[in-house]
Design a protein around this ligand. Structure first.
Ligand SMILES: [Zn+2]
Ligand SMILES: [Zn+2]
Length: 342
């Protein structure tokens, strides 16, 4: 089943490791039996797109990046009839899973041993059309703005789903380290989840912004020791969510945790050094987390909708993809760069 479709469409490709973005014409293919074809309305530009662009993962070039996709279904495969032409949908990091490996059998689809990743190992959403495997399709409410929803499918679900899977309860001190693309969402989610929300920043001039986003307290200093002291004055944090990929400032944060606190890392910062001596005293845990499955993304979007959480975005047309990517990579986007297609 499909509606009238063009023969070709435009996509943004990276053609070799570290290569520039190129806009190319591609032949439009109908979805295979377990897939749907989506006309893309918006696709977020995420820091993890550098894994494709710079070949940090073993990429088969050319690749169309993009794993924060929102659009409308225009064709469905024979075995994907749970979805219909016209459905408003999206997809995130998890691009498909096997349903057979141990992580899948435990429901942790994003950790599937045989899974694929949108925009990394299969073509993603930097394009007018995108094929999505049926099990990674996320339902997106019709009334929401595509560009504002797109980053929730990766940045949003990463912060919301990681925090809700910790032992933190309403009223506990939860600190958000970094006020960038992930951090500005994390502050809003943490506050709406009932946590006593502390924003940690390296610069004092983000205070007004942090409070506006919902922070109960703000600690703005380059001195990590002072950030730690600030948290200890509050009795220590139950969770510190590290959203910025700076290994040097993540490790020392274990000292800012209270009893049974968790340093929750969602930023891919490489090797991090922690002090096990002080961690033992407070039974502190170090935990890492990757986004979530399609249903986690749906719940992330619903929670944002019901709680008035909003992703602040800068919109870019296909021709301006370099500009949007550069702003994201240099942390100058306020707060997420998003490609828009209509
Ligand atoms: Zn991402
Ligand atoms: Zn699996």
């Amino acid at each position: 089943m499909s509606q009238s479709l063009p023969k070709t469409y435009k996509a943004i490709e990276v053609q070799s490791k570290g290569g520039d973005f190129k806009i190319v014409d591609k032949d439009l293919k109908l979805p295979a039996k377990n897939e749907v074809l989506v006309k893309v309305q918006a696709c977020g530009i995420c820091h993890s797109d550098s894994l494709s662009k710079d070949g940090i993962y073993p990429i088969k070039y050319p690749i169309v990046p993009g794993h924060e996709v929102v659009g409308k279904i225009v064709a469905v495969g024979d075995d994907a009839k749970e979805w219909k032409v016209g459905d408003r949908v999206g997809t995130g990091w998890e691009g498909g899973h096997c349903n057979a490996c141990i992580p899948c059998r435990k429901g942790a689809f994003v950790s599937c041993d045989n899974g694929t990743i949108n925009g990394v190992f299969k073509a993603g959403g930097y394009a007018e059309y995108c094929i999505i495997r049926k099990e990674s399709v996320v339902r997106v409410p019709e009334e929401l703005d595509a560009a504002e929803v797109a980053p929730l499918l990766c940045a949003g679900v990463t912060v919301f789903n990681s925090m809700r899977n910790t032992p933190a309860h309403a009223g506990d001190v939860v600190a958000i380290q970094g006020i960038g693309g992930l951090g500005h969402l994390a502050i809003q989610y943490a506050r709406a989840m009932g946590f006593y929300t502390v924003a940690l920043s390296t610069s004092d001039d983000k205070k007004e912004l942090a409070v506006k986003l919902g922070a109960n307290e703000f600690i703005g200093t380059k001195d990590v020791k002072k950030q730690v002291e600030g948290l200890q004055k509050l009795g220590g944090a139950k969770i510190i969510l590290a959203t910025a990929p700076h290994a040097d400032s993540i490790g020392p944060m274990t000292d800012g945790l209270g009893l049974d606190g968790t340093l929750l890392v969602v930023a891919a910062a490489g090797p991090v050094t922690v002090n096990t001596n002080t961690m033992i005293a407070k039974r502190v845990a170090l935990r890492a987390w990757a986004s979530g499955s399609a249903i986690d993304s749906e719940e992330t979007i619903k929670f944002a909708q019901h709680s008035g959480i909003k992703c602040h975005v800068e919109r870019f047309k296909m021709n301006d993809v370099e500009k949007g990517y550069e702003k994201m990579m240099t942390n100058k986007a306020r707060f997420r760069s998003v490609l828009v297609f209509e």
